[in-house]
Design a protein around this ligand. Structure first.
Ligand code: BGC
Length: 261
């Protein structure tokens, strides 16, 4: 637990499931107030709100498209209307949709770049505008991936979006550091979430993936939520512009592990 998080207000995009929901639950345990953004899964978002409220926490849901400028603005305004301020903005909503690069449609490429990169920019921009105007030492956390730095065949759009996100995180961190605003990313490895459902349910694919991870197992969403809580808290006050890899060592070039090479 981080005492300084108590009473803080956070927005989490794509908060109704997967990593977003784990972050929301952890933030609620820290006694933070939450605006849980979702795009299509209203039921899951409302269930999570009820779960948090039933435990004595504060949370509301918010439906919207992260690619609409007005919606992103409204998201911030909703946090202000409901909870009077905003401290932490978590850009989490993201997607993947693999295809061989030579067959990838422009539509597919654009969709991933839009949601995983432009959507994050619009989220960050609306939070930053509020932080700057009101002199708030706010905090932005971008959910990224090991594929910020690991190339990923058939996921060229996804890897490009995450590589771009790395530079976006660093640039915004540098641009706003003097105002006390911090911008960091979490580089998630293979985590047990719906995005990896297929791999988790196929024993061959699961074993293959586990074999690639130095610690030997697929991570749980809570380990990402732990990183988000730390980055949100003042315990990390001297940290900005980083990507904190939470990946069981996936970024350590595992094929060299036995001294090969
Ligand atoms: C992806 C997962 C994948 C992991 C490791 C993440 O960014 O969302 O699907 O298992 O990277 O490759």
């Amino acid at each position: 637990m981080y005492q300084d998080l108590c009473g803080k207000v956070a927005i989490v995009t794509g908060g109704s499931g997967g990593l977003g929901a784990a972050i929301c639950r952890r933030f609620a345990d820290e006694k933070m107030s939450l605006v849980i953004h979702y795009h299509s899964n209203e039921k899951a978002a409302n269930q999570l709100v009820n779960e948090i409220v039933n435990k004595g926490g504060k949370a509301i849901s918010f439906q919207g498209d992260i690619l609409e400028e007005e919606t992103m603005q409204k998201l911030v305004n909703t946090a202000l209307d409901q909870f009077q301020h905003l401290d932490i903005f978590v850009n989490n909503a993201g997607i993947e949709d693999p295809a061989p690069s030579h067959e990838m449609t422009l539509e597919n490429w654009q969709k991933i770049i839009d949601i995983n990169l432009t959507g994050y920019f619009l989220g960050a921009r609306s939070a930053l505008a509020y932080f700057v105007k009101n002199k708030i030492k706010g905090n932005i956390i971008n959910l990224s991936s090991v594929h910020e730095i690991i190339p990923w065949p058939t996921f060229v759009h996804y890897a490009a979006s995450k590589g771009g996100l790395r530079m976006m995180t660093q640039t915004l961190a540098l641009e706003y550091a003097q105002l006390g605003i911090r911008v960091n990313a979490i580089g998630a490895g293979a985590i047990n979430t719906p995005i990896n459902k297929e791999k988790m349910h196929d024993p061959f694919k699961k074993a293959e993936l586990e074999g690639m991870i130095p610690v030997g197992y697929i991570g749980e969403p809570d380990s990402i939520a732990n990183a988000a809580a730390w980055l949100a808290s003042s315990q990390s006050e001297y940290v900005t512009g980083i990507t904190l890899f939470v990946d069981g060592g996936l970024t350590l070039y595992p094929s060299f592990r036995e001294g090969k090479g």
